[in-house]
Design a protein around this ligand. Structure first.
Ligand SMILES: Cc1cc2nc3c(=O)[nH]c(=O)nc-3n(C[C@H](O)[C@H](O)[C@H](O)COP(=O)(O)O)c2cc1C
Length: 144
């Protein structure tokens, strides 16, 4: 089972969350976890679960993430039924993780049972613990 933790981060806040999410996913055991800030759209289909970390800039997701899902849609990459989650750091409005969740659910028919996990600016220890727990839950949902 392969879990992807994909993230974008300009000032490191979402990156800290992503590292904690990946650590948590590894705790589930029996899963291979890839933490990366770039994947090819064609390779997305090779993962059994996908967690996306995205900060909010200008009330939107970063163009890198938008292009990845555009590319996957154009190539008809199938992610149907796969578990996923989104998370990210924000400053005041924090739309991006919800926007990405909607694409994953509505366009790709992925299974995202949880609301996005949001950290205001730098994640504190409590937030990093929540990130770790999120990664673990999603990975465990694969091997259960
Ligand atoms: C130019 C600029 C635009 C931003 N726009 C938004 C925004 O529309 N909504 C929001 O919630 N935060 C906004 N932020 C705040 C960032 O989301 C916040 O700094 C976040 O911690 C960045 O995460 P990162 O370190 O992972 O890049 C903006 C920050 C900058 C520098």
């Amino acid at each position: 089972m392969k879990v992807l933790v994909l993230y974008y981060s300009r000032t490191g806040n979402t990156e800290k969350m992503a590292k904690a999410v990946a650590e948590g996913a590894k705790e589930a055991g029996n899963v291979q976890v890839e933490l990366n800030y770039f994947v090819e759209a064609d390779d997305l289909g090779g993962f059994d679960a996908i967690l996306v970390g995205t900060p909010t800039y200008h009330h939107d997701m970063p163009v890198d993430i938008k292009m990845l899902f555009e590319g996957a849609a154009a190539r008809n990459v199938s992610l149907k039924g796969k578990p996923g989650a989104t998370f990210g750091s924000y400053g005041w409005s924090g739309e991006a993780p919800k926007l990405v969740s909607e694409i994953m659910k509505n366009k790709f028919e992925m299974n995202l049972p949880e609301a996005p996990l949001l950290a205001k600016y730098a994640p504190d220890q409590g937030m990093l613990d929540q990130c770790r727990a999120l990664g673990r839950r999603v990975a465990e949902s694969l091997i259960r």
